[in-house]
Write a protein that binds this ligand. Structure first.
Ligand SMILES: [Zn+2]
Length: 127
């Protein structure tokens, strides 16, 4: 995704994260890379076709779409538009700040947007 965000630069890059939810944690096994339909520096749109393929692929693997990744030309905090969509789609939203590659993760739960901890496969915190 690192590379994906770089290739998409200066436009916002986006991807759907496939995996499983175990207890309170979302485990990502694959990043389904998508095109930014808007070719925008400040927003992104994933086409219905790509969304459909991502969900179909997740289903095929016995997984779910557990998150949405996109890059920002700014600090990795959700924008106003992001917050709106986070409420509609309450999966984990992973945001990468470009070009610093700083990561932020957020999720809408219990009526509010909260920051989510990012942990790597071997259980290390990614801060
Ligand atoms: Zn955003």
């Amino acid at each position: 995704m690192n590379v994906h965000a770089q290739q998409g630069w200066p436009f916002e890059a986006c991807a759907l994260l496939l995996g499983n939810t175990v207890k309170d944690a979302s485990m990502v096994t694959e990043a389904f890379l998508t095109q930014n339909g808007e070719k925008s520096r400040v927003s992104f749109t994933i086409s219905p076709e790509e969304l459909f393929s991502a969900y179909k692929r997740a289903e095929m693997k016995g997984e779910e779409v557990v998150g949405i990744f996109h890059s920002h030309p700014a600090p990795p905090h959700p924008s106003g538009t992001d917050m709106l969509y986070m409420e509609i789609n309450p999966v984990v939203w992973l945001i990468m700040s470009m070009p610093s590659k700083e990561l932020g993760a957020y999720q809408f739960a219990n009526g509010m947007i909260k920051e989510v901890k990012i942990v790597t496969k071997d259980g290390k915190m990614l801060d």
